[in-house]
Design a binder for this molecule. Structure first.
Ligand code: DGI
Ligand code: FE
Ligand code: FE
Length: 194
């Protein structure tokens, strides 16, 4: 699928605010790809498509999880966690996207995970810092991403904030979210392999 087709299906599927968010995530991911020597085309495509399933009906999402043998723990969560994994399946099966980096970036954009590919990192960060986001403290994360030269540090700081937010609200934290937090913890002394 080329970028124009991607924009078209997302525009037809999502409300205008969410469509505009998707375009801003794509633009931000491309900017980050320029800074961090990533693949701009993959970052852009995954950015445009990442929230494709954001408002899918929950029953159909659970069906995708079961029929495609996705992590059964997903069945304990709502659309917040499901929309990435479900969109990745739809992009592969219905729209024929075969690029694993693009599919993984869509799949894991909400939670992150340990050992992300470059494109996953770019989209994960772009989703948090795109210019429409007004989360308290987001400026600090933008500064890290644009000026401090470390994708991994940026990921850790996003993960940390997300986990603290969830715990404070007594919301369950999904396994991949915790795995991401631990893996990118730069205070931890394990040698990272990427
Ligand atoms: O889809 P977006 O709104 O653009 O952003 P997103 O896909 O990053 O979703 C953010 C939401 O996902 C936010 O409300 C926090 C929630 N979230 C992230 N990690 C977890 C989580 N929710 C639960 N229950 N568990 C998690 O581990
Ligand atoms: Fe999302
Ligand atoms: Fe998003």
């Amino acid at each position: 699928m080329n970028i124009d087709q991607a924009i078209k299906i997302v525009k037809e599927k999502l409300p205008v605010k969410r469509f505009n968010h998707s375009l801003r995530v794509a633009e931000t991911a491309v900017k980050l790809a320029e800074i961090y020597d990533g693949d701009k085309d993959k970052a852009e495509l995954a950015g445009v498509l990442h929230d494709y399933s954001k408002y899918d009906d929950l029953g159909s999402m659970y069906q995708v999880v079961t029929q495609h043998d996705l992590d059964s723990n997903l069945l304990s969560y709502g659309s917040e966690i499901l929309h990435g994994p479900v969109a990745a399946v739809i992009m592969k099966d219905k729209y024929g996207i075969n690029d694993d980096e693009v599919l993984l970036a869509i799949k894991n954009h909400t939670t992150g995970r340990a050992q992300m590919t470059k494109t996953e990192k770019l989209v994960f960060i772009a989703d948090y810092i795109e210019p429409g986001r007004q989360t308290p403290g987001v400026e600090e994360i933008r500064d890290l991403a644009y000026n401090q030269g470390s994708l991994d540090k940026t990921i850790y700081e996003i993960s940390k904030r997300t986990v603290l937010y969830l715990i404070n609200k007594d919301i369950n934290v999904y396994d991949a979210t915790i795995a991401c937090l631990n893996y990118y913890n730069y205070s931890d002394e394990r040698v990272k392999d990427d």
